[in-house]
Ligand binder design. Structure first.
Ligand SMILES: Cc1cc2nc3c(=O)[nH]c(=O)nc-3n(C[C@H](O)[C@H](O)[C@H](O)COP(=O)(O)O)c2cc1C
Length: 376
């Protein structure tokens, strides 16, 4: 067997991985098979825990550990502090939804063919303070190798993580947020640009990564947002990052929790189809345009804020998955995706995706740049 080339940075040493490639947390799309695939291929696989209950998370961690002995991460959506969550309860929150929105949701059910009496069966624990604490406790009790904070701060759990040798990742889409992670003493900071799929900030990757690198030195930075091949990895290293945090790049793998229809839509998408919308969660989120996003982006009512909007829309969103008529509803499935859509043009295994990325980046750094550069 051909010997694999070593492509190593300080970030690899901190996280105990072979290649500086972290698969980003993607709630509902990054489950144990993808985590195992990425970690086994030499990157860091990350479970998107937003769609889990604490009990479900215990089972998922067991499954991951059965599939790989290598490090992996759990990505949890956190508040900035525990106080921020006090009193948050999904059923109580529902009472804050204005009546005209409840009436409009009924109209949308009719428009999209969602029965009025359909209610989602999906149970998640992230809505309440106890639920979030329970999820974190599961991570701590099971000494998961890495915890990532998809939103918010890890400060209040850092002492427990340090005690157990758990590494931590914080995500920032601007210097101000990145500096909060420095204060919390996280081990790795993700600098994420506007191009990213999912919830995203508003500064471009090329601009935000070096600014965060400068601000958080010497903490290693992983660049994110539109990084989808070896060129992106080489560029990230040029910007001072020591690795990458990629979500969209893994969506076309068999290990991702994505329907074949969703994969076809990503492959067919142009760079203009991955739009920012508040129509799903009430927070700015990049995803492929659908009838649902169009309806809210052009509709009579502005989206409610987070999390009320998601609570309002969750039955309609989940019906698209639950319906037996998958062909009809595939077009409406929530499909977060970066602006690098045309680079996401073929189905490959997770191992192939990582091997291709590392091989291409190596070639660019060793051969292509020196060949193109005219230094006189
Ligand atoms: C399908 C998908 C789902 C995502 N879900 C989450 C999530 O649940 N929690 C989170 O912190 N970020 C989520 N994100 C954002 C990713 O963690 C990551 O920051 C982003 O994908 C990086 O940009 P890229 O898509 O250009 O690689 C999601 C992104 C995608 C593409």
């Amino acid at each position: 067997m051909a010997k694999r080339q070593k492509f190593h940075t300080r970030l690899c040493d901190v996280l105990g991985i072979e290649y500086p490639v972290i698969q980003a947390g993607m709630g509902g799309f990054a489950d144990p098979p993808l985590v195992i695939g990425v970690s086994e291929a030499g990157g860091l696989g990350t479970l998107g825990a937003a769609t889990y209950t604490a009990d479900g998370l215990i089972e998922a961690i067991k499954e991951i550990r059965k599939g790989t002995k290598k490090p992996f991460a759990i990505d949890i959506l956190l508040p900035d502090s525990l106080e921020d969550m006090a009193g948050v309860d999904k059923e109580k929150l529902r009472e804050y939804i204005p009546e005209e929105y409840k009436a409009y949701e009924k109209e949308l059910r009719k428009k999209f063919g969602v029965p009025l009496d359909y209610h989602t069966h999906r149970q998640v624990d992230m809505w309440t303070m106890e639920g979030t604490k329970k999820m974190l406790q599961v991570c701590l009790d099971n000494r998961v190798p890495v915890i990532a904070a998809g939103l918010g701060r890890l400060g209040w759990v850092m002492p427990e993580c340090k005690k157990r040798g758990i590494k931590t990742i914080g995500i920032g889409s601007n210097v101000k947020m990145a500096l909060k992670h420095v204060e919390d003493k996280v081990d790795v900071i993700v600098a994420q640009g506007y191009e990213a799929g999912g919830h995203t900030g508003n500064i471009g990757t090329l601009a935000v990564v070096p600014q965060i690198v400068d601000a958080v030195k010497p903490i290693p930075v992983a660049a994110a947002g539109g990084v989808a091949d070896g060129r992106g990895l080489a560029a990230a290293l040029s910007l001072g990052a020591e690795g990458v945090w990629c979500g969209s790049m893994f969506l076309l793998t068999p290990e991702a929790t994505f329907t074949e229809g969703q994969k076809d839509r990503v492959i067919a998408a142009t760079e203009r189809d991955a739009v920012i919308t508040k129509g799903l969660s009430g927070k700015t989120m990049r995803q492929l345009r659908t009838e649902i996003t169009r309806t809210w982006d052009q509709g009579p009512l502005p989206p409610l804020g987070w999390p009320l909007h998601l609570i309002l829309m969750e039955d309609i969103i989940d019906y698209c998955y639950d319906s037996k008529d998958q062909k009809k509803y595939d077009e409406m499935l929530v499909t977060p995706c970066s602006q690098a859509t045309r680079l996401l043009n073929r189905r490959r295994t997770t191992k192939q995706v990582i091997d291709d990325m590392v091989k291409e980046a190596t070639q660019i750094i060793e051969r292509d740049i020196p060949k193109r550069l005219i230094l006189t």
